[in-house]
Design a protein. Structure first.
Length: 132
């Protein structure tokens, strides 16, 4: 697990570096939004708005909630950065399936979400398309 929480201990930067090394074109925005009342994304990945969520635990709805939050912030791509060994591939898939089940029941919840990318502790990248 990464550091003590100071500016996310550059977790977003570490995640972006993993993606860049794999050939993704990623651009991170500054942490502050200068427009009041505006939801701010973390940056862009190949021209798509992204929000990076660091996953520190494998709770009952942790990943689903992270994807929901990224979607509500206007992200087109949710990037989930693994920061715990308890976040297994099976766990991620079950959470993603839960998110997709909700979308099928409530298609308006999709917002602009097109894809979920999971970046593992080792830098491995897993992609899942959001389609209903």
């Amino acid at each position: 697990e990464l550091g003590d929480g100071n500016r996310q201990d550059n977790r977003e930067d570490v995640c972006a570096e993993f993606l860049a090394k794999k050939g993704y074109k990623i651009f991170l925005m500054g942490e502050k939004s200068y427009i009041t009342e505006r939801k701010k994304n973390d940056g862009f990945l190949n021209h798509a708005q992204i929000d990076i969520k660091t996953i520190n635990s494998a709770g009952k709805y942790t990943i689903k909630a992270a994807i929901d939050k990224a979607a509500s912030q206007g992200a087109e791509v949710a990037i989930l950065f693994q920061n715990t060994k308890s976040m297994t591939q099976k766990y991620v898939q079950s959470q993603f399936d839960m998110y997709m089940d909700d979308l099928r029941q409530h298609p308006n919840l999709k917002w602009n979400m097109k894809e979920v990318i999971v970046v593992g502790l080792s830098g491995r990248i897993h992609r899942r398309k959001v389609t209903i």
